[in-house]
Design a binder for this molecule. Structure first.
Ligand code: UD1
Length: 363
């Protein structure tokens, strides 16, 4: 009989990493019975449900409903709720993806019960321990049994930390599986029309990191800097960012700010369509640095560091601050941006490689 395997989904950047695995494990059928457990870290329709619909995922089999809160509340809530699910389902393995709070909490819970844990997107390091995600990455990698990495720099990080080679498997980038699978479906959605923008004649913006958006004055300066570019920009506003905009008297959604078009967070298909046809992207997201590298779209990352350095050394990404942004955008508009290449194993077949590893070790 097929053994249960839990796929933990928690927050927006998890869903496109779970979907290809769900598809692959379900198609193989005989070895595993995959169960999707949603912790509830993200719960708004456009932060969660729309992704299940766009990505063709079934509704979560189990919903823990933990929701937002302080880091301690989120982490503790998942640990308590997930423990009883693990005891009930007795999975052969728990798969966690990425670096959000709930992924780390689920990994800790499973490991304390003696269950096998696989971490997808293991080994990434920014070196910046002020970011909660960096702590989540270090904690998850230190206890997971199998560390499934997206690129050789991740393997090197793990080896440097003393991880035994048999725990590390370079499998490639799972998020690119979702992207490859969606390309034909989303290419012609023309999501830009809603903003009166033409293909290749707008920039796409996302900002939600605490370091960029939690301080109202800093956020105000960022928004002024974006407006100062005097170039059409589409900016789907994350709930964290919208909250702070409200605190500093800015309307996060309806303000018509010249070339800056603000809107609610978008689903996977609309956002990928906008990325595909953007002239450039300005972001502080992790995954978008990778998607733009795959698509060859210039990416300006508004952060002092990245856990995804391959997007800079091989891809189209560059770290910038507010002062440098206008000059770097000019370089893009004048056609002087680097071309970039796609890293090895970012090929749409990572889920197959992961399924093979999991079958080999846990089926
Ligand atoms: C989390 C992740 C971050 C990831 C991001 C993607 C951690 C530490 N951070 O950050 O790595 O890049 O998700 O979105 O895990 N909120 C809503 N509706 C929702 C979800 C959140 O309104 O569906 C609001 C709540 O006010 C909440 C705030 O957003 O308090 C922040 O949500 P949270 O999940 O704590 O962190 P993110 O900033 O989303």
């Amino acid at each position: 009989m097929a053994k249960k395997i839990i796929l933990v989904a928690a927050a927006r950047p998890n869903f496109m990493k779970i979907a290809p695995l769900w598809r692959e494990l379900s198609a193989r059928g005989a070895e595993f019975d995959p169960v999707i457990v949603h912790t509830g870290q993200h719960y708004d329709y456009n932060m969660s449900e729309v992704f299940f619909a766009d990505l063709g995922l079934p509704p979560p089999h189990v919903h823990l409903g933990v929701g937002s809160g302080t880091h301690a509340e989120q982490t503790a809530g998942v640990i308590v709720a997930f423990e009883s699910i693990c005891l009930k389902l007795e999975p052969a393995c728990v798969v966690v993806v990425g670096d959000v709070n709930a992924s780390m909490a689920a990994a800790v819970t499973a490991k304390k019960l003696g269950l096998a844990v696989a971490h997808v997107e293991a080994g990434l390091r920014s070196g910046d321990r002020t970011m909660p995600e960096e702590l989540n990455r270090i904690l998850t990698d230190s206890i997971a049994d199998v560390l499934l990495t997206p690129s050789p720099d991740a393997d090197e990080n793990l080896r440097r930390e003393g991880v035994e080679q048999r725990r590390i498997v370079l499998v490639g980038n799972i998020m690119i599986d979702s992207l490859v699978h969606a390309l034909a479906r989303v290419r012609d959605r023309a999501a830009h029309r809603r903003f009166d923008c033409a293909p290749r004649e707008y920039g796409l913006v996302t900002l939600h990191r605490p370091a960029n958006v939690d301080d109202p004055e800093h956020l105000r300066a960022l928004l002024a800097g974006l407006q100062g570019l005097a170039y059409p920009l589409i900016f789907p506003v994350h709930p964290r960012t919208r909250k702070v905009m409200g605190q500093c008297g800015l309307d996060g959604l309806t303000a018509s700010n010249g070339p800056l078009h603000l809107c609610e967070p978008l689903g996977y298909d609309d956002f990928l369509n906008l990325t595909l046809h953007a002239r450039f992207v300005i972001t502080d997201s992790g995954g978008i640095q990778e998607e733009t590298t795959y698509l060859g779209i210039p990416c300006l990352t508004m952060r002092p560091n990245t856990e995804r350095p391959i997007t800079i050394t091989a891809g189209t990404n560059e770290l910038v601050d507010l002062a440098a942004m206008p000059a770097r955008v000019r370089v893009i508009l004048e056609g002087g941006w680097k071309r970039g290449t796609v890293p090895a194993l970012w090929d749409g077949r990572t889920a197959e490689r992961i399924a093979a590893v999991l079958t080999d070790r846990y089926a």
